[in-house]
Design a binder for this molecule. Structure first.
Ligand SMILES: O=C(O)c1ccccc1N[C@@H]1O[C@H](COP(=O)(O)O)[C@@H](O)[C@H]1O
Length: 204
């Protein structure tokens, strides 16, 4: 099976048009404080420009549940990604309020982070960096993922130059890429194309 790919941090309708051509499996909208943060209005515009076959993942960091519910009800997103310190009480509460799949991102410092269970549909392992919830552009020690017992998303500093090695080493369900497909802070068609070529060659 081919590894799935999420291209995260879309900011422009032009980014949606790139994805429509290159066909990753998921697109990501950042609703948390970040240089990639977009408003609900922008998300609705970008969602409208994206083909239906590409679900949009809303990325949130310790967001009040009411705000996520409002964004879900607007239909700007089809999947929720929790990228902060959300615990199982929070995730279960959110799960009672929405029917969308929930991805829980885990910042990996050590093996204990990988062993922890969450009440989410799938986990995403990302680089731990103090003071940054995500979008670090940095990789982490992938050996720690030997402890993983379920399919997962791999994130953190992935790009066309290290993607093949990452896939071979950790066999993720999906990869999630933001900084590594940008040039000067803008999504770069050629970098996304290079990623999609590598994904096309990856057989799990
Ligand atoms: O991309 C961001 O700016 C961001 C901000 C806050 C939380 C999550 C964010 N993005 C997520 O970070 C990882 C990896 O990004 P990168 O490839 O290392 O830049 C990915 O899961 C994004 O969804």
């Amino acid at each position: 099976m081919m590894v799935k790919v999420k291209i995260c941090g879309l900011k422009r309708v032009a980014d949606a048009e790139m994805l429509n051509e290159l066909r990753p499996d998921f697109a990501g909208f950042i609703f948390a404080p970040s240089k990639r943060q977009i408003s609900l209005e922008q998300a609705l515009q970008i969602r409208a420009a994206l083909i239906d076959a590409i679900p949009a993942v809303g990325v949130f960091v310790n967001e009040p549940i009411e705000n996520i519910v409002a964004i879900v009800e607007s239909r700007a997103i089809q999947i929720v990604q929790l990228h902060g310190d959300e615990d199982n009480t929070y995730i279960e509460e959110l799960g009672k309020r929405i029917t969308l799949p929930i991805i829980k991102a885990v910042a990996v410092k050590d093996a204990a982070d990988v062993k922890k269970e969450y009440a989410a549909d799938i986990l995403l392992y990302d680089t731990y960096q103090s003071g940054m919830a995500g979008g670090t552009g940095k990789t982490f020690n992938w050996d720690l993922l030997k402890e993983a017992t379920h399919p997962f998303f791999l994130a953190g500093g992935l790009h066309a130059g290290n993607l093949e090695a990452a896939i071979q080493k950790v066999q993720p369900y999906a990869v999630d890429i933001s900084s590594g497909v940008e040039t000067d802070g803008v999504k770069d068609f050629e970098k996304i194309r290079a990623v999609m070529e590598i994904i096309g060659r990856s057989i799990k």
